[in-house]
Design a protein around this ligand. Sequence first.
Ligand SMILES: C[S@@+](CC[C@H](N)C(=O)[O-])C[C@H]1O[C@@H](n2cnc3c(N)ncnc32)[C@H](O)[C@@H]1O
Length: 256
Amino acid sequence: MRVPPTSAALAILLGCGAPSPTPASPTPVASVAAPAKSADATPPDAAPRDAKPPEVKSPDAKPPDAKPAEVETPPEVKPPEPDPAEPEAPALDIEYVPTPRNVVAKMLEVAAITKDDVVYDLGCGDGRLVIAAAKTYGARAVGFDLDPERVAEARANVEKAKVGHLVTILQKNIFDVDLTPATVVTLYLLPELNVRLVPQLEKLAPKARIISHDFDMTGYDPDDIWMIVAEHHRPPPKRRKHYVYLWTTPLVKLEP
Ligand SMILES: C[S@@+](CC[C@H](N)C(=O)[O-])C[C@H]1O[C@@H](n2cnc3c(N)ncnc32)[C@H](O)[C@@H]1O
């Protein structure tokens, strides 16, 4: 009886060789060969044959389930709320007009200022009186003004004149200032403002000098009055007479 050929015997008979032996060591998982590719295999980075051309999205394209874009209305523009911390524009009792330089010199001269004096200018404008008192006589001086613009200007002038060690500029209402440290007070205000200052001026120590440009102090007789001709501070050039009044404390009220 014929024994059917084994598969090995058949392979020999057909000339196909023996089956390959089992590898000696296991192939690491990572190097397991990729499944065999068919002849028409797509290169790894190529798009699949039936893929549609990629959609070119604009950078701000919304995901497909995003709601339709709403048209943005510009925000309502409101005027800024006033900052309560910011001081309001001060209500000045008199606007700024500078005393001409030669009148400044006369005011300080008639006050007979020395380096021991303390000069207060009430409404100091650009600081010219207090600066001159320090520069010419070596006196200490304080300028008061309510207008922040004048205060800044006066402080800059003090720095420029290099008298910062003698002169201080303060933003203060002149009607709130304690005048008792002053030995000389200079004024270029108005007659009614000079009179309003009397309660403060009456507190000055004896022998203090009060000097006013152009305006009297109704009810109080000055020690003396001088007249000086000076150029107007603004063009066109115009000369006029200026007056300088001097009082020495204690102030004496005239009999009605
Ligand atoms: C006519 S100017 C005199 C400036 C300076 N004394 C001079 O003779 O050149 C008056 C000044 O007073 C200031 N002023 C007005 N009212 C004031 C007040 N209540 N307190 C402080 N300063 C005031 C003004 O800003 C202005 O600079």
